[in-house]
Each structure stands twice: as structure tokens, then as C-alpha cells.
Design a protein. Structure first.
Ligand SMILES: [Zn+2]
Length: 623
């Protein structure tokens, strides 16, 4: 997933809400399987295939389904699944005989363990159940919250541990399975999954899916809506609502080129097609790397193809994350650090080194700010190998995993040379395909196959991975494309308040504007007014620029009516956490917490559960 972390997460450091001793005991036992966030005990019984038969009911906001699990050989005594607010109706074996099952006490973060007794030689069992209308993975979007405002929309977000809220599963990134599904929806709507997908609706509203490559549960995904398909290349295309599909095809025209660049770097794409779906604006992340079908926010439709690095990021996950998967959420940096590194390499291959360095440079600046925040509040969370025991793994979604991880890998590249690093990475992806990887195993592969003892010392591998903060040998991306932008920002901060000429700013992409605004974070109200008069930021439709602009303004004690109105409109329409958290935080900093709460109470119903959870804490509001 891309860039959705919580700024200053340390302030919000969450502890699992524990309900009763029984839940606590069950959580303690989780560590037995090596994954701190799953009740399943794969050493006892492990799944290998899912047949999912489901019907989507928009009126009741529930999915009624039967999950038939095939177990790997050697299952003994009982199998344990993770569930969260599922209403389990029955569990039967292959011949229809009921199996004895029990649910543990409910934990607010981890849900319930579903333990099923296994008579000898049981290899297959079927669980019939209904999801809860408040299932955390499922976002039931009303027609008015979609672009075309006619039909409702449903999408899932399973990462990190929300798959269990819509399918009983062994919800651990270390456990893989193949799946087939049959999904029934309103015939006016199209259903899509992280699998082989239809390209148009059929009259019955029944769709069949097949994912023949084994995936972990966090990559289970479903979207249902009034959706249309448009190809972009022979193996790539976009799905979106009718009024968005052409815009999306234009914006992501380079998908095929990116796919080819990625294959040239690290080997064949293993998943068949690579398509992308544009979701409603409530989607809490930038993108989610669901295999074969990236889920993406509409806020990257900038109109000028300037936010395409998100596609490079999600595509890169087809290798780092989806093919070689972090063993537990404590190893999350293996998924995201590698993906940011790979993303920059794709961007470099397609758009040139100076462009990718510009992006890396923005990431670098963001990382420095976030490291500072963490070092003041919660330095432990700046370790690449993070300890998330007892916590929601969503707490690990920070710039540390992404950008500290990237900086470490870039340092390895710079130390050993790109040629050697590429050979290592290509073989790393192919020899560990469809397997899990933990930090320790990765480090031993690195030592065995790439770096010498001398190089290891030069890099300071242990300090990078297990130490806090940012080591002093962190690489600094080349920001030369920003020299003129920085000079323009400085000139404007001078007494004379000189603004850059139109001739200069005409050439600027979203990235130059973001850099310009980031250098003006201390501008006073008078300067903010001058800027708006000249560049009309309050009227901008570019979500990145709007978010940056709102932040600068809302941190002030005095906020203009126009900015306040824009803030409300933006926060009610968009649910991407990357924008929500800093915007609400700026309101708090500026002393506008009551106004922030007022807007939040209007907007909250339209946000996905992962965004609501973060903001409930930030604004100290009870659901
Ligand atoms: Zn990612």
C-alpha cells in the first residue's frame, strides 16, 4: 500500500483494547505461531485453498457467504481461523456432517479465534456465515458518494488484519492459499476481485474468479460497482465509473511501459494481467496492491499524469510483497522499503534519473520530519524491524517502513554498485517467489550472496535495521531539479515578497509545487493571501496541492472563509488518510479543534474504518 501513514503516529500510539482475561490469554497464545496478530496455529493445521461462494446485499450491508477451505496434508485435531464480527451459522465437513466449533472472546483489534474440531482425515470444511454491517474491511458507499451518483459501491481493504472481518481465514501474511470464488451481485453492477476478472457485466450478476497463484489473506479483495473497463496496453487496463474511465485511461497511459520496465529490472511479471481500479474518494489509502488489480484512490487523477508514481509503487508490489512476502507485520519494511526502492527504479527507467531523484528527494524531506517526530515521542518505532506485539499492525504503517527502508536499500546499492545489487535482487525475487521472508533471513541472504564483512561494516547493517533514528550515512537524493524552486521560495520569504514569474511556474509539475509550498511552511497570513491571489490554490483540483495548502493555512489562528469552506468540502469528500490526518492536525495546531470536530462529525460516516480509527484517536471522539 502506498503512503497512508499517520503523521506523528507516536502521539497516537495505540494499545489493543482488551476485553476480559480470555481474550488476553488468546492473544498471548498468538505468538506461538510466530505471528503476533493471528490466532491461527499453522503448525497444527494450515489452509491451502479457498472456494468462496458469496452474495452481496447492499440493502442490508452484508455479505452472505460460504467459505470452503481445503487444508494442507497433516492437519490434526483442530484448525483455527481468525474472524472478526462474523455471524457463523454452521460448519460442516465435505459430506455435510456438522463439525464442532467454538469462538473465543472478542478482542476489539484482533477479533475472535474460531476453533473447529477435526475428525481424522478431514481435509475440507465449509463455514456458512454473514458479515456484520459494520465489518471493518468493507466500505459500503452510498450512490451520492460515488462519482456518477446512481449506484452504490462496495470495496474491501484487507491489509493488515481486516480480511477476517469478511472471510474466516488464517489471517497471517505467512500463510498462502489459492482461491476460486463465485459472487452474486445486483445485475446492474460489476464485481471484481484480486483474481482473474470479467471486463463487462452479465445479465445474471454472477461472476466467477480464479486466483491460481497462492496469496496471503491480506491480498483478498473485492469491489462491486457500476464499473467499466478500458484497456491501456495488451496486459494492462483500468476499471472505473463511466464518467471516470476515460480520464483514468489517459492518466495511467504509461502502465504498460511501467510493467515492461519492471520486468526488465527484476524478471517476469508472475500474475497474468495487471489492471487498476479507481475507487470512490473515501478509499483510505493511495493504493493497495491487490494482485492483478491495484485498488487506487481517485485523488491521483491530477489531469497531467504527474501522480503516476503510485502506479509504479503498486506494480512493484507484484514482486516485493506479493511474491516475496513479509513473514509477520514486524517485518513490514521488507514489503514497503523494497517497494519504494523498486518504484524509484521504475520511475527512473520510464522518466529519467532527474525525475526519480525529484520524487526521492520529496520522500527524503518527509522522512526527516517524521523521524524527528518519532524520536521525540516514541523512538522505538523508528527501528526497521519494529515490535508490534499487542498492537494493531496498522501502527507500523509509517515513513519508517517505506522511506527509511528505501534509504537503507539505496545505501546498499551505492556501496556495492548497482550492477551487483540488481543481480542480487533479481535472484532474490525469483528464488523466494511465493514464499515468506523475515528480516533475519533477508540479512543472512544479503551476507551470503552480496556484501562482504567490510561492506557490511561500512553500511552499518545492524544499526540500520535494529537501531533507532536515521544513521548518519543515509544517502541524500539529488535535489538539483529543485534548486530554482527553492530559490523562488526564499525570494518570496524576503521583505520584498517577490513571487515567481508565470514563465517559471508554467513548467512546474505537482512535485515542484509541493516543494515550493513545503519551503513556505512559515509564511504569514499576508503572504498566504498574496500566494492565493496569484496562484488560486484554494480553487485547485489537485488533491496533493490542496492538502499542502490547507495545512499551511489551517495552522494559522486566522483562517479565511474561503479556506474554511474548502477544508470542509475536501474533508467531507476525500477519505484518504494521508490527507486527512495532517489536515485535521493542522486545525488542532491552529487552535480550531472544535471546528475540526464539527467537520469530522459530518465526514466520519463516509470514511473507511481504518481512517476512522486513526481520527477518532486524534480528535478524541467516541464512535
Ligand atoms: Zn506499498
Amino acid at each position: 500500500m502506498r503512503k497512508a501513514w499517520i503523521f506523528g503516529m507516536a502521539v497516537l500510539a495505540a494499545t489493543a483494547c482488551k476485553q476480559g482475561q480470555e481474550a488476553e490469554k488468546a492473544i498471548e497464545e498468538m505468538s506461538i505461531s510466530g505471528d503476533l496478530h493471528s490466532y491461527s496455529k499453522p503448525e497444527q493445521a494450515k489452509v491451502q485453498h479457498l472456494d468462496w461462494n458469496a452474495e452481496v446485499d447492499f440493502d442490508a450491508k452484508v455479505i452472505r457467504a460460504m467459505a470452503t477451505w481445503t487444508l494442507a496434508e497433516g492437519a490434526k485435531e483442530q484448525v483455527i481461523f481468525d474472524t472478526h464480527d462474523l455471524n457463523i451459522e454452521s460448519v460442516v465437513d465435505e459430506t455435510g456432517n456438522p463439525l464442532v466449533f467454538e469462538l473465543s472472546a472478542r478482542d476489539e483489534t484482533f477479533g475472535q479465534a474460531l476453533s473447529i474440531q477435526l475428525p481424522e482425515n478431514t481435509r475440507k470444511l465449509s463455514i456458512t456465515y454473514t458479515t456484520s454491517p459494520t465489518a471493518k474491511a468493507l466500505q459500503w458507499t452510498a450512490p451520492e458518494q460515488t462519482e456518477d451518483k446512481v449506484h452504490p459501491f462496495l470495496y474491501t481493504q484487507s491489509q493488515a488484519i481486516l480480511a477476517r472481518t469478511w472471510i474466516p481465514c488464517q489471517d497471517s501474511p505467512g500463510i498462502r492459499f489459492t482461491y476460486k470464488a463465485e459472487v452474486k451481485v445486483d445485475p446492474a453492477l460489476l464485481a471484481l476481485m484480486s483474481a482473474s476478472n470479467p471486463q463487462s457485466t452479465n445479465s445474471e450478476g454472477i461472476y466467477l474468479f480464479d486466483m491460481p497463484q497462492p496469496i496471503p489473506s491480506y491480498l483478498l479483495a473485492l469491489a462491486v460497482g457500476d464499473l467499466y473497463f478500458k484497456p491501456v496496453g495488451p496486459k494492462t487496463g483500468v476499471y472505473a465509473e463511466a464518467s471516470v474511465v476515460d480520464t483514468a485511461a489517459y492518466e495511467f497511459a504509461d502502465m504498460q511501459k511501467m510493467l515492461e520496465a519492471a520486468e526488465a529490472l527484476y524478471g517476469e511479471y508472475q500474475w497474468g494481467r495487471y489492471d487498476l481500479i479507481v475507487l470512490p474518494p473515501s478509499f483510505p489509502f493511495g493504493g493497495m496492491e491487490n494482485p492483478r488489480l491495484t485498488f487506487a484512490t481517485p485523488t491521483i487523477l491530477a489531469g497531467d499524469r504527474s501522480l503516476g508514481s503510485l502506479v509504479a509503487h503498486e506494480l512493484a508490489h507484484s514482486w516485493s510483497g506479493n511474491l516475496v512476502t513479509n513473514a509477520t507485520w514486524n517485518d513490514f519494511w521488507l514489503n514497503e522499503g523494497f517497494t519504494v526502492y523498486f518504484e524509484h527504479r521504475i520511475m527512473e527507467a520510464v522518466y529519467g534519473r532527474d525525475y526519480s531523484e525529484m520524487l526521492a528527494s520529496l520522500g527524503h524531506e518527509g522522512l526527516l520530519v517524521e523521524i524527528d517526530d518519532f524520536m521525540a515521542e516514541n523512538p522505538e518505532d523508528t527501528r526497521l524491524k519494529i515490535d508490534l506485539a499487542g498492537r494493531n499492525p496498522d501502527d507500523g504503517v509509517t515513513a519508517i517502513a517505506y522511506d527509511k527502508g528505501y534509504h537503507f536499500l539505496r545505501l546498499v546499492e551505492e556501496t556495492v554498485g548497482r550492477e551487483r545489487f540488481d543481480v542480487f535482487l533479481k535472484s532474490y525475487f525469483s528464488s523466494n517467489a511465493f514464499q515468506v521472508m523475515d528480516t533475519e533471513r533477508f540479512l543472512s541472504l544479503l551476507r551470503e550472496n552480496l556484501i562482504s564483512t567490510e561492506e557490511e561494516q561500512k553500511i552499518g547493517v545492524e544499526e540500520w535495521v535494529y537501531g533507532t533514528g536515521l544513521p548518519s550515512n543515509a544517502p541524500v537524493p539529488d535535489a538539483s531539479r529543485f534548486v530554482a524552486v527553492d530559490a523562488a521560495a526564499l525570494a518570496f520569504l524576503e521583505e520584498t515578497k517577490v513571487l515567481p514569474a508565470a514563465k517559471q511556474t508554467e513548467q512546474w509539475s505537482t512535485h515542484e509545487w509541493l516543494r515550493f509550498l513545503s519551503k513556505l511552511s512559515d509564511a504569514d497570513v499576508e503572504r498566504l493571501q498574496l500566494l492565493d491571489k496569484q496562484f488560486a490554490f484554494t480553487q485547485s483540483n489537485n488533491s496533493e496541492i490542496v492538502a499542502a495548502w490547507l495545512g499551511m493555512n489551517l495552522r494559522q489562528t486566522a483562517v479565511s472563509e474561503a479556506v474554511d469552506k474548502k477544508a470542509e468540502e475536501f474533508l467531507v469528500r476525500v477519505g484518504r488518510r494521508k490527507f486527512l490526518t495532517p489536515t485535521y492536525k493542522s486545525m488542532i495546531e491552529g487552535g480550531h479543534i472544535e471546528r475540526a470536530r464539527e467537520i469530522y462529525s459530518k465526514a466520519r460516516g463516509g470514511y473507511h474504518a481504518v481512517a476512522r480509527e486513526t481520527l477518532d484517536k486524534l480528535l478524541e471522539m467516541e464512535s
